[in-house]
Design a protein around this ligand. Sequence first.
Ligand code: AMP
Length: 462
Amino acid sequence: MDKYTLPRGTQDFLPEDTRKLNYIESILVDAAHLFGFEEIRTPIFEHTPLFTRSVGESSDIVNKEMYTFLDRSNRSITLRPEGTAGVIRAFVENKLYAKSDYPLRLYYNGPVFRYERPQAGRYRQIQQFGYETIGIKSPYMDADIILLAVSSLYMLGIKNYKIVINSIGDKESRNKYKEALKEHFTTHLDTLCEDCKRRYEQNPLRILDCKIDSDKDIVKNAPKIKDYLTEESKEYLNAVISLLKMFEVNFEVDDNLVRGLDYYSDVVFEILSYTKDGKDYGAIGAGGRYDYLVEEIGGPSLPCVGFAFGVDRLRLIMEDYNVFDKLQGEFDCYVMPIGEESLTYAYQVTQYLRGNGLRCDLDFQLRSFRAQFKSAQKKNATFAIIIGSDEVKNQTVTLKNIQTKEQFTVSVNELIEKIDQYFQELVMRQYQENEHGCDCENCDCDHESDGDHECNCHHHHH
Ligand code: AMP
C-alpha cells in the first residue's frame, strides 16, 4: 500500500502546536482590538487576475509561486498568495467606501499559499496575520501600524527584532529610478542570474530583492531610490521616522529595501528577527503603504497602509526563546468511575459539570484507579472526581485536588460551588502574590525569572 505523506512545504499542527498558535493569535487579536481593528474574512481562493494585477506581473509571487488552476468551469482560480488583494477586493465589491468612517481598520488571519522552495522557516502554506488601514494618508497612520506591530511583539514576548524602513516614493519617482537602474545594469546583464535578466526587462527594481544577486557589487553599487524621491516623499518618510523615534522604536533605514509586491508606494518596512544563536528565518513581518491599489481594483482613490505577520515564523522565534514553556492545555476535571456500576452516574456528573462551564473528560474503560489518576495528571486536570459505589449510593462525589492531593466528599449540589470557590481562592492568592511585585522590569506578575533578569510572563493576563 502507498504511504500518504504531507505535501512538501505544508505542516500538520498537532494539539501541542495548535495550542501555541492559538496563544499567538489570541494575543494578536487583543492587540488589534486595542488599536481599533475589526476582523474581515475573505475567500482562500480568488479569480487569478486579481493577483496578477495587484501583486504585479513582474513579482516573483506571480511569476513563480502562485497555485493557479482551472476549476471545473474552466475559470482560472488562484489560492491567495497574500491577504491584501482579497481584502481590498471585498472592500470595493461590498462598497464599504460608501459607509466607512476613515480610517477603516481591518485585520485578517489565515493561510496564504506560495510555491517556494521549502526550508527552515519557509513553507508553502503560510499563516499570515495582517492589518489594513484604508482611507487616510498621514505619517501617523504609517507610524500607528508600526506601533501596532511593536505592541504585538511586546505582548508576545519577542524582544529580539529590528525594523527596517525605507521609502520607494510615488509612481513618478519610481519610474525615473527604474530608468536609472536599467542604465546601471545594462552593460552587466551577463553577470546577473536568469531571473534578474527577466526582472531587468519587466521591473528592474526587483533585482535589488534577488536572493542570488543581492550580495554582488553590481547590485550593491546600484543607484539608490533615495536620490530619486520627490521632496514630498522624503518629508513623508522623515515624519514617520520622527514618530518612531518619539516612541523609541528600534528601527533602521535600509536604502535597498524595495519589497517584492508591486502595489507598494512610499513607506515600506520589514521586521527582522533572529534566534539566540543568530539563526535568521527571514522577516517575521512586512508591510507598507499602497496608495493606488483601491483605485486599480475599481474603487475610489483611497490611500492605505498595511502590514502582515508571518505566524509560523513568530512561533519559531518564540519557541527558540522558550516563551511557550509554561503554556499547558487547560482542563478542570477528570471524572473517574470506579467499577461498572458507577459509569452511568459518572457520565451524568460529567455532563452536569460541562453544563456548568467546566472542562471535563471521563474514563469510559473502567481502568484501575491508578491508571485513571495517571490520565488525570497527564491531562493536566485541576481536579479528579472519584465516583465509586458509595458515591453512587449517596449521590455524592469525591473531589480530589491533583496537586495538593487534598480530598473531600460532597453532594453533587455542592460540587460546582466547591470548585468555584477553589478557583476564586486561587485568583486571590495570585493577586496577593502580585502585590509583592516581581523583579521583571516590564511588569508586576508573579512568574519566575528565567535567570536572564526578565520573566516569561509576556503580560498575557494584563
Ligand atoms: P510578504 O507578504 O511577502 O510581505 O510576507 C509577510 C510575512 O509572511 C513575511 O514577513 C514572513 O514572516 C511571512 N512569510 C512570507 N513567506 C513565507 C514563507 N514562505 N514561509 C513562512 N513565512 C513566510
